[in-house]
Ligand binder design. Structure first.
Ligand SMILES: [Zn+2]
Length: 298
């Protein structure tokens, strides 16, 4: 996989809450605490102005838009070496694809959803969460949440070392956003209430569909572009797709249960087996068509 260094990085699709102490409000006022003096203050004020006025947001404790850190990384010459900047480009690509594809495939307008970068813990519309839960989508506030150190866990503890794990994970979470936009998620929750005995099975179908959507995006990712029409990816190779499939396998319910030293218990599955997750990622990838992702019918 090669990203295009000429692609503009749209950091407005990210809420950078790292270093916010999990308070959810951001809360860090950009006042130099020592040694800054008046020069430091001026530099900080310029940073505030250029950075989109995050000082105001911090004071009102509203949506923290302190994207200064990430913007800096994405402005740097080595932006494609920066983990957060690369992930921003993945988010840009995924959303740009769905913006075109959702109306075509499902007759709905796409609504952008930000990805929140956090560390340790975070407040969300779905309650407080900590990094241990892994990346997730919150349907109540329409945001994707990820602690980027999750990728290290994925590589070190779950054996999914390939970099394509990263866009795969994000594309899976945006798959849940699509399910929220077109009503699949709400429908599935109602069905779970009617048939509590099928709750886990229904959850598996929702998750496998998100895997399939991730595969469909992967197939089309090299066609995605920034606002000026510059491609975001230069290439995605068979090796990348293999890494996507390896990741799908690494986070299958059966594999995770074995890894936790438990007996494999299909009744407790909520995301699908490794084989199922690979199969549905593959279905999405082979067709490139989100309409092929009807796991509820299959
Ligand atoms: Zn999921």
């Amino acid at each position: 996989m090669e990203l295009n260094e000429r692609a503009d990085v749209d950091t407005s699709q990210i809420e950078d809450r790292r270093g916010a102490g999990g308070g959810g409000g951001g809360g860090r006022l950009p006042i130099p605490t020592s040694g800054g003096g008046i020069v430091g203050l001026i530099v900080t004020l310029i940073a505030v102005l250029v950075g989109g006025g995050f000082g105001v947001n911090a004071i009102t404790n509203d949506e923290p838009a302190d994207n200064g850190a990430i913007q800096q990384h994405c402005d740097a010459a080595d932006k494609l070496e920066q983990l957060d900047c690369r992930n921003t480009l993945y988010v840009n690509s995924i959303q740009s694809w769905w913006a075109k594809r959702l109306p075509q495939s499902f007759g709905e307008q796409y609504q952008k959803a930000p990805t929140v970068f956090f560390d340790q813990s975070v407040q969300t519309g779905c309650g407080a969460a900590d990094s241990g839960v892994g990346p997730f989508y919150c349907p109540a506030d329409h945001k994707v949440y990820i602690d980027l150190t999750f990728y290290q866990v994925l590589a070190d503890q779950l054996g999914a070392k390939g970099e394509f794990a990263q866009p795969y994970v994000l594309a899976h979470e945006y798959g849940h956003h699509i399910q929220s936009l077109i009503g699949t998620e709400a429908q599935m929750r109602r069905q779970q209430e009617r048939d509590p005995g099928d709750a886990n099975e229904l959850s598996v179908k929702l998750e496998l569909q998100a895997d399939c959507y991730a595969g469909a995006w992967a197939k089309n990712a090299t066609q995605t572009a920034d606002a000026d029409g510059d491609p975001i990816f230069k290439s995605i190779t068979d090796q990348d797709i293999k890494e996507g499939l390896d990741t799908a396998a690494a986070i299958g319910d059966d594999t995770l249960q074995k890894q936790a030293g438990q007996q494999v218990n299909p009744d407790a599955f909520t995301h699908g087996t490794s084989a199922q997750r690979q199969q549905w990622f593959r279905t999405g990838y082979d067709s490139g068509d989100p309409k092929a992702c009807d796991t509820f019918k299959a």
